[in-house]
Design a binder for this molecule. Structure first.
Ligand code: DGT
Ligand code: MG
Length: 370
């Protein structure tokens, strides 16, 4: 048989994990405008609507040329009537009125700023807004007064989040991400010689500045070694060295001796992880006295590459990897790939092997900015 000579452009795929999505696309201004509307939907917890915007934005990101006329966009998936109308508006005015209105809306601005506090999500932000709070000063007065109804656990975490907010909102340049990676790896080699680690997240997709650092690590003898509490040992070591100042909630990290089975509490995976606040040593050439968010994720050896793919993102790429796997009769998350019919685990021996097992063409990390 003849090879398939019809070239089907990748941007047409309904799966983000089949499309090439560069960090900066030819339609970045349009994407920015739609992103505002998507964020507004997230702030109001209108999940379905937010997801449609995310899907449309992601599809536009993979379109290889600048959109100049409506005739170009007929093959881009996920553009319904509403989105098409907005694009039309954008083509004639270079803005979208709904996005303009939102960006000057007090409620939108306040919710966005409150959710920039580590530990405050849209639900809480709306609650605080409804109480009449508008600024960080309002927020800190409210948390400081002991008559707030949030319970000590919640308000303690927020008070810390608020205290660190300005620092944590400073983006992390690549060189500093790499320095953090080296320090984590040094600590790892000390306690678990022969360990391997990969800096994942936006850094791996080529972002010049990151909001946090996500590091996945494993150990050659890591098989089923969850019980050995790799995460706890690493965190304790880094705490002793003054590198980690705080550890935030880590849903699937079990306390020593706990017999609870792994949970999928946050809906992502069952890997052991710790969400920490990191601080460079004063001796580091990158030291600026700024706290950073650092997520540490331990993956058993046999699912290391699945975890690396799972934590490289983007979020939309991950979402569609799961859907893609499903229609192939497989289940994908960062903690492994399993065949649905007999729940047999499939182990990948490299990152490319993850794609192969999923019957997916290879896409390098820098083109996963879906
Ligand atoms: P940023 O904001 O500069 O840190 O950008 P990203 O893309 O690094 O975003 P981040 O750090 O929230 O997440 C890194 C990737 O890992 C993300 O694209 C999807 C995935 N991810 C996020 N949270 C979880 C989680 O709890 N479990 C798993 N398996 N993956 C996650
Ligand atoms: Mg990240």
């Amino acid at each position: 048989t003849l090879p398939d000579l019809v070239y089907e452009p990748r941007y047409k795929s309904r799966f983000a994990c089949e499309r090439y999505s560069p960090l900066i696309c030819p339609n970045q201004d349009l994407v920015k405008e739609l992103h505002i509307i998507k964020l507004a939907r997230e702030m109001e917890s209108e999940e379905r609507s937010a997801l449609s915007y995310s899907r449309a934005i992601s599809a536009i990101k993979a379109f290889p040329e600048k959109i100049k006329s409506m005739s170009q966009i007929s093959d881009i998936p996920y553009l319904g009537d509403k989105l098409t109308g907005m694009i039309q508006e954008f083509l004639s005015k270079s803005t979208i009125s709904q996005a303009r209105q939102l960006s000057s809306d007090t409620r939108y601005q306040t919710l966005i700023s409150f959710t920039s506090v580590y530990g405050i999500g849209p639900h809480t932000a709306r609650h605080l807004y409804d109480l009449g709070l508008r600024t960080f000063d309002d927020l800190s007065r409210y948390l400081g007064s002991d008559d707030n109804a949030e319970g000590s656990g919640g308000s303690f975490a927020w008070r810390e989040g608020l205290r660190l907010r300005d620092e944590l909102s400073v983006k992390i340049p690549r060189a500093e991400v790499e320095e953090m990676g080296r320090l984590v790896d040094n600590a790892l080699q000390d306690i678990l010689p022969g360990s391997e680690s990969t800096i994942c997240g936006g850094y791996r997709r080529g972002k010049l500045e990151s909001n946090d650092v996500d590091i996945v690590f494993t150990h050659p003898q890591g098989q089923g070694n969850k019980a050995n509490n790799m995460i706890a040992r690493l965190v304790e070591r880094m705490r002793k060295d003054g590198l980690i100042t705080h550890t935030m909630h880590a849903p699937s990290v079990r306390s020593k001796g706990s017999l609870r089975p792994p949970t999928n509490h946050d809906g992502w995976d069952t890997l052991d992880k710790s969400l920490t606040i990191f601080n460079l040593p004063k001796t580091s050439p990158y030291y600026k006295g700024i706290h950073r968010r650092l997520d540490l994720i331990y993956a058993p050896r046999e699912v290391y590459w699945t975890a690396v793919v799972g934590w490289t993102g983007s979020t939309m790429f991950e979402r569609d990897l799961r859907l893609w796997a499903k229609q192939k009769g497989l289940k994908f998350d960062s903690s492994g790939i399993t065949r649905r019919r007999d729940t047999k685990a499939l182990y990948a021996t490299s990152e490319r092997d993850v794609f192969k097992l999923l019957e997916l063409e290879w896409i390098e990390p820098r083109l996963r900015n879906a």
